[in-house]
Design a protein around this ligand. Structure first.
Ligand code: ZN
Length: 277
């Protein structure tokens, strides 16, 4: 709430803006004051017996699983992919916001800009990207296959990946690299610069959430950027991260390096799409 340009000032401005429908302002007001009538809130008020999330309960019952140990139904929980009943909707909303942002950046592009948005139609993984001629002009698939494992072995094997790793440890790291999926890629062929775009959504309730999401985004693309730099040293590769956070302030801010900030964030601001509600 005390963050510059993101906390109280923006909140007051939004809540007092008569042009914004009352229901939306009211919804935000309830969220900020942690008064959403969730099971957690109602249990504290003595109106319900259990704070367990009923959306998670329904999802588990549909799968025939135990409903023991349900997460508390809080405002943050039902707005996160951590809620088993809301995961699909929340993920779809997150993708939708990213497409809106991506399209807005594209729309703000100056006519003489040589930046090409190559993943506008659908998200592509590294393998499908490297079938396109503009990427093959950066380096060959063989060169990347040679360099990628050196970086991939430094990234831990997640629990969900252990089965695949144990089946074939030899090819696991190469396959994991080619399966990586950037949220967006833009390319400037004349200047030989590739921007790998990453979009993250988070709650801002916990202190240090920016650092946590930043670290996640960095690890996700450590492999892509590292392998590309090794395979095509004459090109520049930049990782641009966008972080959208919820709870107190539903505003989008871009956290990126100074150069990319001037390149992209200013364009975003120009498109006048400040709050997404
Ligand atoms: Zn839930």
């Amino acid at each position: 709430m005390l963050r510059e340009d993101a906390g109280r000032f923006m909140l007051r401005k939004y809540l007092s803006d008569k042009k914004i429908p009352w229901q939306r302002r009211r919804r935000l007001g309830i969220a900020v004051t942690v008064n959403t009538p969730t099971a957690s809130f109602l249990t504290k008020m003595g109106k319900m017996q259990s704070a367990g999330c009923w959306l998670c309960k329904i999802a588990r019952e549909a799968r025939g699983e135990s409903t023991d140990g349900l997460a508390d139904e809080t405002h943050g929980h039902i707005n996160s992919a951590g809620c088993e009943g809301m995961a699909t909707t929340v993920t779809a909303a997150s993708h939708s916001i990213w497409r809106h942002l991506y399209d807005s950046i594209h729309a703000a592009q100056k006519p003489k800009s040589k930046l090409r948005f190559v993943t506008l139609d659908k998200e592509s993984n590294m393998s499908t990207l490297w079938r396109r001629k503009e990427f093959l002009r950066i380096c060959s698939k063989e060169e990347l296959t040679e360099k990628a494992p050196d970086i991939e072995v430094t990234i831990p094997v997640k629990k969900s990946q252990e089965t695949r790793y144990n089946l074939d440890p030899g090819s696991f790291f190469v396959n994991r690299f080619w399966g990586r999926q950037p949220d967006g890629v833009t390319i400037n062929e004349p200047l030989k610069i590739v921007y790998i775009l990453e979009f993250k959504r988070s709650t801002d309730r916990d202190e240090g959430f920016l650092e946590v999401k930043d670290a996640e985004a960095n690890e996700q693309h450590k492999s892509i950027i590292g392998a590309l730099k090794a395979a095509a040293p004459e090109w520049e590769f930049e990782h641009i991260k966008f972080l959208w956070w919820v709870t107190a302030d539903r505003w989008l801010r871009a956290t990126c390096t100074p150069s990319s900030k001037s390149l992209i964030y200013k364009k975003v601001k120009k498109t006048s799409f400040s709050p997404i509600m």
